[in-house]
Design a protein around this ligand. Sequence first.
Ligand code: B16
Ligand code: MG
Length: 214
Amino acid sequence: MMKSIIFDLDGVIVFTDMYHYAAWKKLADSKGIYFDETINNRLRGVSRMESLEIVLEKYEGSPLSGEEKAALAAEKNDCYRKLLSGMKPDDVSKEVRDTLALLKKRGHRLAIGSSSKNAREILDRVGLIDFFDAISDGNNISQSKPHPEVFLKAAEYLGVCPGSCVVVEDAYAGIDAAKEAGMTAIAVGDAASYEKADYVLEMFSDLAEIKMNY
Ligand code: B16
Ligand code: MG
């Protein structure tokens, strides 16, 4: 039996964190809120509204209502989506594309497990939407990483049990979510230093070297 592989999107397949940064920075600057790349790193894998709460830790104005917060999140998302509109197939590296193709050819089922509500749009723009057998994203979950829901839903959509899934993640919260779901956690990028990961990838293509049948 081949393991199913669930990929986080931002930071693993594509690198939209610079767009998230630009959009949050624009919003923060317009409201006089201090924001930098260190704060942006804390937003990795975190839902939009939870990200806003982190950004607002530096807000010094009068308390904001739920409606005002929703408006701020919408403003950030409008800006982010404008930046996404320039994405194209070249935004996925040859290495990532070739590795996904190889894993698929070997018979692995592939899924996305992303906190983003824009995941389908991104996958569509980079021409990968048909590559995945299931997509679980910010639109089908009520609790975001480190809660395991997004990965458990991906397994459910694939019709496989969680124990037969491996997760590829760049965020600590995502590694925690994978372990909580009872899945094998493979770390890339920022998560590579996290001791809870079962495997660490130096390069995305190393994924093809890990034994993933059982
Ligand atoms: P959206 P991932 C996450 O994607 C991003 O890492 C995180 O920075 C973002 O806040 C979250 O998606 C929600 O994104 O505003 O597009 O719904 O890493 O889980 O693929
Ligand atoms: Mg990520």
